[in-house]
Design a protein around this ligand. Structure first.
Ligand SMILES: Cc1ncc(COP(=O)(O)O)c(C=O)c1O
Length: 473
């Protein structure tokens, strides 16, 4: 059954008909496109909601069947294909649970899409601080104790929003305790599982939040499964939220012209997950083990293994991760992210029939490290995480903040001021300053360290001129 890919089949069938297009899209099966031929070929499948291809927002044929197979695979009440990434799933799950002025408990190191959702809804975030993970030197997951305190303090909170696993592949085994605790208090748990779409393939991976009873789980299929960029899954398994409400917001927030290439790739990714077997897993694990072993023979190079076997952290002596990234890129090896300490690899989720050029990769990495050693290490001073109170709220609510004038000031003069723009080192996308927060010395010290290491920032800032955006006094 799971070999079936209803959307892929519907597209192939349509393509074989040699149909004439008097419909959108305007490229007319690629004919009018100036793109290279290989891209034009693919455009033949860039179809739209025609007879036989179903209707994305009211599915009754191929899309419905494909989403049912997705739901069967992940054992959910209902699952959806998303064409605007986990970003749109995060928006929809927050819109579905929370209204203007209502409280929502949120893990502070959430992705910016969660913060955007809270701002758009006008909800009042209650931030819960994550633990510091010494192994990866990153903020990781929240402890059940902190969630318990937050619920006691804010019993009217409409939902708890968690990120699991972390970008760096740290997966908390406390998640079940948190979910049980929230459910006892009738609070739904919404999980941004952007980096865990592959967890379902084998017991060797951490468990998905779905297995622990989360109400809504959003996964970026495009991050770890063979799906096109922007392709995600939203899984629903709740008695506390109406699925029709989630569906309503997905219809409002997503395009009425979904990409069928993208949808077909999600159908294929689901089939990939469902058919991934023990032999595939063993093949992946064996190749990974050998790769790690050969990397560890390179002088100064250290491989850090985390909970998720698909992720590896690579450190090279006292070199900053940004330096390592640059050296790797000179050898055409592109990593997922760099920070002060390390670079992050996302490995390919190989099946038995796949090979990856690990021997060549090892050679290039050796070359990169040899070149790097000619430079001085930009020794990563241990960046202490911003010490937040375990539970914090905004100094100024989102609603009030939007009415206030802002001004640009040098960040060195910002202590005690209220941030109006977010400052987010990206990757990893964890906000350093959140709009509405009072700026502390610790926050600015961390900002300076990121700047020194050459980090890239998102948000509303002019850090190239050392300026940040704050509420006018
Ligand atoms: C934790 C987390 N959540 C959400 C997102 C957004 O996902 P998408 O790119 O699928 O919209 C990302 C992307 O990096 C992420 O890391």
């Amino acid at each position: 059954m799971q070999e079936k890919r209803p959307l892929v089949e519907a597209l192939e069938k349509f393509h074989k008909q040699k149909s004439i297009s008097f419909h959108v899209p305007g490229h007319k099966n690629g004919l009018l496109s100036g793109l290279p031929n290989v891209m034009k070929e693919t455009m033949r499948y860039d179809l739209t909601e025609l007879s036989g291809l179903d209707d994305y927002h009211h599915p009754e044929e191929a899309i419905k069947e494909a989403e049912q197979l997705l739901s069967d695979t992940y054992e959910t009440q209902k699952s959806f294909f998303l064409v605007n990434g986990t970003t749109v799933g995060n928006l929809a799950m927050i819109y579905a649970t929370c209204k203007f002025g209502e409280q929502i408990i949120v893990q502070r190191n959430a992705h910016k899409s969660i913060f955007n959702a809270i701002e758009l809804v006008g909800a009042e975030p209650i931030f819960v601080a994550p633990e510091w993970d010494e192994l990866t030197k990153t903020a990781s997951y929240v402890s059940p104790d902190v969630i318990n305190k937050a619920i006691q303090q804010y019993p009217m909170a409409k939902a708890v929003v968690l990120t699991y696993p972390s970008y760096y592949g740290v997966a908390s085994s406390n998640l079940k305790d948190i979910i049980d605790l929230c459910h006892v208090n009738n609070i739904p748990v919404l999980v941004d599982e952007a980096h865990g779409a592959h967890f379902h393939v084998n017991k060797g991976f951490p468990k998905s939040a779905l297995m622990y009873g989360a109400d809504v789980v959003v996964q970026s299929a495009h991050k770890t499964l063979p799906a096109l960029t922007m392709g995600s899954f939203l899984h629903f398994n709740s008695r506390l939220i109406e699925v029709s409400t989630i569906n309503k917001y997905l219809r409002m927030l997503q395009s009425s012209s979904p990409s069928y290439l993208l949808l077909a790739s999600l159908d294929d990714a689901r089939s990939y997950v469902a058919r991934y077997n023990e032999i595939d897993y063993k093949h992946f694990i064996d190749r990974r083990k050998l790769f790690i072993h050969t990397l560890e023979t390179i002088y100064l190079l250290e491989v850090v293994q985390v909970d998720d076997p698909l992720k590896l952290l690579i450190r090279v002596g006292a070199y900053a991760g940004f330096q390592v990234q640059k050296a790797f890129e000179a050898q055409n090896i592109y990593v997922e992210l760099a920070d002060t300490h390390q670079v992050l690899f996302i490995l390919p989720l190989l099946k038995g029939e796949h090979e990856y050029p690990f021997a060549d990769i090892r050679k290039r990495i050796k070359q990169a490290v040899d070149e790097l050693r000619k430079e001085l290490p930009n020794s990563p001073a241990d960046i202490e995480p911003v010490i937040q109170h375990s539970i914090s709220t905004l100094h100024m609510s989102v609603g009030v903040l939007s009415e206030m004038q802002g001004e640009w000031i040098p960040y060195t003069r910002a202590i005690g001021r209220i941030a109006k723009g977010m400052v987010i080192p990206y990757p990893p996308g964890i906000p350093l300053l959140i709009a509405g927060e009072k700026i502390t010395v610790a926050m600015l010290t961390e900002l300076e360290e990121w700047l020194e290491k050459g980090a890239v920032f998102q948000g509303e800032h002019r850090l190239s001129e050392k300026l940040i955006y704050v509420v006018e006094e």
